[in-house]
Design a protein around this ligand. Sequence first.
Ligand code: PGA
Length: 254
Amino acid sequence: MKYQIIANWKMNPLLEKEALSLFNSIRKKAEKFKKSEIIICPPFLFLFLFKSKISKNLKIGAQNCFFEEKGAFTGEISLKMLKNFKVEYVILGHSERRRYFGETDEMINKKIKASIKNKINPILCIGETLKERRENKTFKVLERQIKTALKGISQKSLQRVKLSLAYEPVWAIGKGKSCSEREIEKASLFIKKILAKLYSISFLKRIKVLYGGSVNEKNAKKILKEGRVEGLLIGSASLKKEVFIKILKEVEEI
Ligand code: PGA
């Protein structure tokens, strides 16, 4: 089993040369990190720079997409277009997209269906807000997000892709303080329980549960081991080459 280590660059860096330098420094070392599948998700513009540089261990992903294939949708990018750029993964339903761009569970469901159609592996983000956690609604929210996002998607159609679910508590994103390993483990087990209601137990092995939210070089190994997750979705710590490489080194030691 390889851990999925995903770099979510968000709206960074500003310059092409910075993006190239960051990508190249990871690429130089990527083959050494046997236990990780490294997936770099830069802003759309930079995908073009990296499409000829991917390898077995180093893939590229998009941070979003639109579910329609083509047409009059100003400002949008389709999965068919992404496919042309050797994009193998797409992050869907990130809490920043839900919060700032009004993405609903129903829209995310359409995007997942479109990603399956185009054979691009979806990384579905789910997670509760601080208010929801305080009101003891964490599991209710996770269940709704999973069930709506996967509504109408059969096991047979899911076989076309590798699905990952990233548990990203909204209150732990970009805060410098991650969720505790114990809480991550509880959420991870709960997510698997919900998935088990939708798909067969043997099929669940194909679905990875990941964690994201203030992952850094100090907590990465512990989260993977004690949080019982099969990968990490990393925001700010993926923008510093030394830090991201340190995380990959830590994963090798598990
Ligand atoms: P962070 O972001 O690592 O900066 O908390 C994670 C994410 O939003 O995916």
